[in-house]
Design a binder for this molecule. Structure first.
Ligand code: AMP
Ligand code: GLY
Length: 422
């Protein structure tokens, strides 16, 4: 099979690395990819939302399967684009259509879906500028802190958590007046939930699904979860409190009703679902859905899968996921993200990286890197994910930290406390 992966981060390098091990693979392409993906496949310089150019490369390179990494092309309807074009409609896209992607693309859609299918989630209201007064009345009924969420995609910045009621009301007005463009024309206000977060992942063919390893990511830039939010500074898997009993609750109350609910809505959801959960009094509650895998969660999830990942993906179009061999390795995985100095604010790009050849017991998944004059240089805020396996989380993290010291680029930064709260 010829496979095209869309995306350019650590998630996509990890997918490429895993797919490159498949006995079913002929040629692997990544668009646009990064310096890491070019080690396991061929990078093609096409943007993930340029559907016409994607069609061209799919035909040119005789692609048999397209795997979508990020949410943007899904929410913009890449699957619909394929399904509606006679020349490429036979080529399966791993990822939901526009409607299915609303699980992530619209907070209001996902909340209504959860209420309809009795999936546990925080109490909420959804408001526009026209209903601002009602929104304030709703805020008055809640206790601090107040959770305001832009309805649409806002590059991970659309959630505000505010302690003061007056400030929440004024922030809400600013959001509704276009702080996040169209994404915040509608705002979902939620009850605040206090607990520890964990993410579950499935891959589904619309009828069957496989439960992938769970993970926890660390979003804040600073140690002990302080400072600004980032795309993710590290992740670990498995999660001790996500034991058999807790996972059964997640399956019965959240995963199964979600898969069945999507089907009942007439959505042929074929792709990944990321369940962002919070544990409150030992009960799982949904914070958010994503229509894709997480980054950097993928960097610990896929290395723990003991199966041919391409064989799994290739079974999706025929809805035969239930017939594919699948197992999870008992070992723990950890990933530590090395980032550019200044991130998530301004940072330099093009800084030369060294030390790759000194790493022998970790996997290096490139996030923001590129090749210039035969050298690997930084090309983003999140630069490199160092993933290690171990008999337990501590052992895996120890390898990550040892190896993080061996990779060098000017002003690099990483958190030293991934997994600190477990
Ligand atoms: P979201 O984009 O919906 O995942 O929200 C981003 C982050 O905000 C989550 O990972 C949580 O840490 C936090 N958050 C979102 N909703 C709530 C809530 N209802 N209660 C507490 N924290 C929340
Ligand atoms: N690491 C969080 C996400 O991928 O959304």
């Amino acid at each position: 099979m010829n496979v095209l992966i869309l995306g350019s981060g650590g998630r996509e390098h990890t997918m490429a690395w895993k797919i490159a091990q498949s006995k079913l693979l002929s040629n692997l392409y990544i668009a646009p990819g990064n310096a890491g993906t070019s080690q396991v496949g061929t990078n093609l310089n096409v943007s993930v939302t340029d559907f016409e150019s994607i069609k061209e490369i799919v035909l040119k390179y005789k692609i048999n399967l397209v795997v979508v990494g990020p949410e943007d092309p899904l929410v913009k309807g890449i699957r619909n684009f394929f399904e509606e074009d006679v020349e490429i409609k036979h080529i399966p896209v791993i990822g939901p259509d526009k409607t299915g992607a609303q699980l992530e693309g619209s907070k209001e859609f996902s909340k209504e879906f959860m209420v309809k299918y009795k999936i546990p989630t925080a109490a909420y209201g959804s408001f526009t500028l026209e209903t601002y007064t009602q929104a304030c009345t709703f805020l008055d009924t809640l206790t601090a802190p107040y959770v305001l969420k832009a309805d649409g995609l806002a590059a991970g910045k659309g959630v505000l958590i505010i302690n003061d009621l007056g400030e929440a009301k004024s922030s809400l007005r600013i959001m509704l007046q276009g702080q996040f463009g169209e994404a915040s024309n509608k705002v979902v206000i939620e009850e605040f939930l206090s607990g520890i977060e964990v993410s579950y992942f499935i891959v589904t063919d619309g009828d069957n699904y496989l439960l992938l390893p769970e993970a926890k990511d660390y979003k804040r830039i600073g140690e002990k979860d302080t400072g600004l939010n980032t795309g993710g500074m590290g992740a670990v898997s498995p999660i001790p409190f996500a034991n058999k009993e807790f996972t059964e609750k997640v399956i019965n109350r959240i995963i199964e009703p979600t898969v069945k609910g999507l089907k009942a809505e007439g959505i042929n959801y074929q792709g990944f679902i990321f369940f962002g959960l919070i544990k409150v009094n030992n009960e799982p509650i949904v914070i958010e859905y994503n229509a894709r895998l997480g980054d950097p969660e993928t960097e610990v999830v896929l290395p723990r899968i003991d199966a041919d990942f391409l064989e799994i993906l290739a079974a999706i179009p025929s809805k035969t996921l239930n017939q594919v061999p699948f197992a999870i390795k008992p070992e723990a995985a950890a990933t530590v993200m090395m980032v550019s100095g200044g991130y998530p604010g301004d940072y330099e790009k093009g800084i030369v990286m060294t030390g790759f050849d000194q790493i022998h017991d970790s996997l290096l998944f490139h996030a923001g890197t590129t090749v210039k004059n035969n050298q690997t240089v930084t090309n983003g805020g999140r630069v490199l994910a160092i993933t290690s396996m171990g008999t337990d989380r501590q052992q895996a993290l120890k390898k990550c930290y040892k190896n993080a010291e061996l990779i060098n680029f000017a002003h690099c930064y990483f958190r030293h406390d991934i997994g600190f709260d477990l």
